[in-house]
Design a binder for this molecule. Structure first.
Ligand code: SAM
Length: 329
């Protein structure tokens, strides 16, 4: 599915809930976000139907996100249904890992193709601070269970907060030395509460890693579905990746759209443009008409997908007001 700039859109991130069992300081306010009534959230049937239309239009890879996707009941059931759609090649998950250990067998049985675990630090106290009460042990149990199961690729995503101690960065990176997992540093984006934090520049992180582990050698092959660029470090099993949306903009190769838990198709992280698919799906009783209406709306929204974001610049147009927990990251 090509947009008007010739970008091939084949990847969607679907937020299945805005709720989360953590309260990361850059993602949510302390009291949590106002909860969206259950009836306003897409049902699994509705998500499946939208994905059926999307897969017919060229989407082949789906990332399940949230909020925390594992707090929504029956997630493996949804994953299994999405995996069975014609044209869908991959269904992966991003999670904070805290509920992963218990749910891993069901996720594997459902055919999950990859699991990203968000861990910003391996310092228990700092983790509790960043997540406002989270227990690092739970996240690490999820991580180790997923690595041990060896059923699909596991990656660690770390959003370093400016001022993070060198030792903390190094400890997260060690996960890629001791385990066959890639560790990716994701640059803080000025979305929601992320606006209150400074980015830790990629160059600074590299400097810290190189001081201890030697040269980061660029890894030229493509890894994953996203815009990460990767390096190898001598003696490491996994690669080290950087996803730096602000300082190393990659919009001209953007391959993605997002579906919020309320059924809004977002075509750019920074802007509020897109299409309200929930209304279309709930207004049309006739299945064929519904599918047609969805396809038309998706096509139109894609034609209006912005060329790029303008983080850190003067912006024209309507920007996104929602925080990351409601967009899905
Ligand atoms: N709860 C799941 C998780 O932890 O992976 C999925 C949702 S969470 C919003 C997805 C990712 O977005 C996490 O890795 C989180 O650290 C990241 N994130 C949240 N706010 C961000 C921001 N302002 N800039 C960059 N990444 C952010």
């Amino acid at each position: 599915m090509l947009d008007r700039f010739g970008r091939n859109i084949d990847y969607i991130r679907i937020s299945v809930t805005d709720r989360c069992n953590l309260r990361c300081v850059y993602c949510m306010p302390e009291e949590g976000v106002p909860q969206i009534p259950h009836g306003e959230i897409l049902t699994y049937d509705e998500i499946e139907e939208i994905c059926r239309v999307l897969s017919g239009m060229g989407i082949s890879k789906i990332k399940i996100t949230g909020g925390e996707p594992l707090v929504r009941k029956g997630l493996p059931f949804l994953i299994e249904r999405l995996k069975n759609l014609p044209g869908i090649r991959q269904v992966t998950l991003t999670t904070n890992g805290c509920l992963l250990k218990e749910q891993l067998p069901a996720l594997i049985k459902a055919g999950i193709d990859g699991i990203n675990i968000s861990i910003d630090t391996l310092n228990e106290e700092k983790y509790r601070e960043i997540t406002r009460g989270g227990d690092l042990k739970q996240a690490m149990e999820g991580f180790h269970a997923a690595v041990k199961a060896d059923a699909c690729p596991v990656k660690v995503n770390c959003v370093p907060v400016y001022g993070e101690e060198k030792e903390e960065l190094l400890s997260v990176v060690r996960l890629a030395r001791e385990n066959p997992v890639h560790v990716r540093f994701i640059e803080m984006m000025p979305i929601g509460w992320g606006r209150n934090y400074l980015q830790l520049p990629e160059e600074e992180i590299k400097k810290v890693l190189e001081e201890v582990y030697g040269e980061l050698v660029p890894y030229e092959q493509v890894l994953g579905n996203g815009p990460g660029h990767y390096y190898t470090l001598k003696g490491f099993q996994g690669k080290i990746g950087f996803i730096s949306a602000v300082s190393h903009k990659f919009c001209d190769s953007c391959n993605r759209v997002r579906l919020t838990s309320e059924g809004f198709l977002k075509t750019c992280l920074q802007y509020s443009c897109g299409a309200d698919l929930k209304h279309l799906i709930r207004e049309n009783e006739d299945r064929e008409k519904r599918m047609e209406a969805l396809e038309t709306a998706i096509f139109q929204a894609l034609q209006e997908k912005p060329a790029c974001h303008h983080f850190g610049e003067e912006v024209q147009g309507d920007t996104e007001r929602k925080g990351m927990s409601r967009i899905g990251g």
